[in-house]
Design a binder for this molecule. Sequence first.
Ligand code: 5GP
Ligand code: ZN
Length: 117
Amino acid sequence: MPTETAEDCLFCKIVAGEIPGDLVLTTDHVVAFRDVNPAAPTHVLVVPRDHRPNAAATAAADPEAIGRLVAAAVEVAGREGLTDYRLVLNTGAGAGQSVFHTHLHVLGGREMGWPPG
Ligand code: 5GP
Ligand code: ZN
């Protein structure tokens, strides 16, 4: 079972149940919950239980975790009735990352413009 957590990490606290989250899926490895400030009709964050600061760090430490993250996101999209959706891993503040615990955004339910801006 994953054990690594970080002090003062918002998503570690949601994973641990110390801060409430609107959960949509939990497994041994990931927790998925609705984004508090949704950017689309469906906006879910899928996070590994293990704390790593970003997707690059997760991929380096545990490459299979990235596969589990994507598989969980596909499961969430299916439960939400989405056939077309966007999966996003903002990596670094310059790319829009604001919470430094790896998370995969699942966005859908509207026309998704490209490029994302
Ligand atoms: P990032 O910008 O790091 O890629 O994504 C972080 C996301 O976390 C943002 O979309 C933001 O709305 C969301 N978020 C920030 N604080 C909370 C919170 O306390 N609860 C939930 N559910 N989402 C949050
Ligand atoms: Zn964390």
